[in-house]
Design a protein around this ligand. Structure first.
Ligand code: 13P
Length: 282
């Protein structure tokens, strides 16, 4: 496992993006690693605090990923990333358990507090060779329907936070939302262009589900080097499993039930990897 710095710097230079696929269990992790290895694409495995807790904790996740890399003979660079870490302690615990990258999400705090907590996390992460992602502005969820203009990232805040913390990546809120959005999506590319012009570090797009492909490509052209995808994997996997259970009412082996979503999940991963490379590298 590696931190995400080199893979994102290469992506930024080469104008492609690295996918962050969020994981929930052993099987998903295995499928994602196998598919990305097949495609020779570096990958970031995203783990929310909730997903880590569900799987047993940060140590379980870290050792599971290490074990899969070894036993499956995975050759691509893999970063294990805490998604939306909510406190310094949470980031520290993930790092201590072997995570190679963390996001500290203090975007709901004042910019001064966001800077303060980022500084603490960056200081600790640096000693352990771990990369750090910050969020600026507020990226909404489906419950918010769509982000409001007030929650978009401010250019001055991005410059200030970067200069004061030396964080490795910034996820600026540019209008994307987590999950499936109901209304039209208004991505503000101008903000993205301005930020990239002012701070030359890799930028991150959250809420990768449901964004039209041409918009994704525009984002990559204008400075996005990492795209987070979660809900779309869940939708595609569960659709396949639901159909399998309907067609096979007598099956009770959990291995068969979970694996009935393997192809759908791998196909989704493949589609995303190819899109994020815009045909450049694969
Ligand atoms: P989606 O669930 O919209 O794909 O977003 C994932 C994400 O941004 C995780 O941080």
């Amino acid at each position: 496992m590696v931190n995400a710095i080199e893979m994102l710097n290469n992506a930024s230079k080469g104008k492609y993006a690295i996918p962050q696929f969020n994981i929930n269990n052993l099987e998903w992790t295995k499928y994602i690693l196998e598919e990305c290895n097949e495609l020779k694409s570096p990958v970031i495995l995203g783990v929310s605090e909730g997903a880590a807790k569900y799987m047993g904790g940060f140590f379980v996740v870290s050792n599971m990923v290490l074990g899969l890399i070894k036993d499956l003979g995975i050759k691509i660079p893999v970063a294990l990333h805490l998604d939306h870490g909510s406190s310094f302690l949470s980031c520290k615990n993930a790092i201590d358990a072997g995570f190679t990258s963390v996001m500290i999400d203090a975007s709901n705090q004042s910019i001064e507090d966001n800077i303060k907590i980022n500084k603490e996390v960056v200081e600790y992460a640096k000693i352990k060779n771990v990369s750090v992602e910050a969020e600026i502005g507020k990226i909404g969820g489906t419950e918010d329907d769509i982000t409001t203009t007030e929650s978009l990232a401010g250019l001055d805040d991005c410059i200030l936070l970067y200069n004061k913390t030396n964080v490795n990546f910034i996820a600026p809120a540019i209008g994307s939302v987590h999950g499936m959005h109901k209304g039209p999506l208004n991505l503000n590319l101008n903000i993205l262009i301005e930020i990239k012009k002012s701070i030359d570090i890799p930028l991150v797009l959250h809420g990768g589900t449901g964004i039209p492909e041409n918009k994704i490509i525009q984002c990559i052209k204008n400075g996005i080097s990492k795209i987070n995808i979660n809900t779309e994997l869940q939708l595609e996997w569960s659709k396949a499993v639901r159909k399998y259970l309907k067609d096979n009412v007598d099956v009770y082996d959990p291995r068969k039930i979970i694996a009935s979503g393997e192809n759908a999940l791998k196909e989704t991963v493949k589609r995303k990897v190819i899109l994020l490379n815009s045909g450049n590298r694969i």
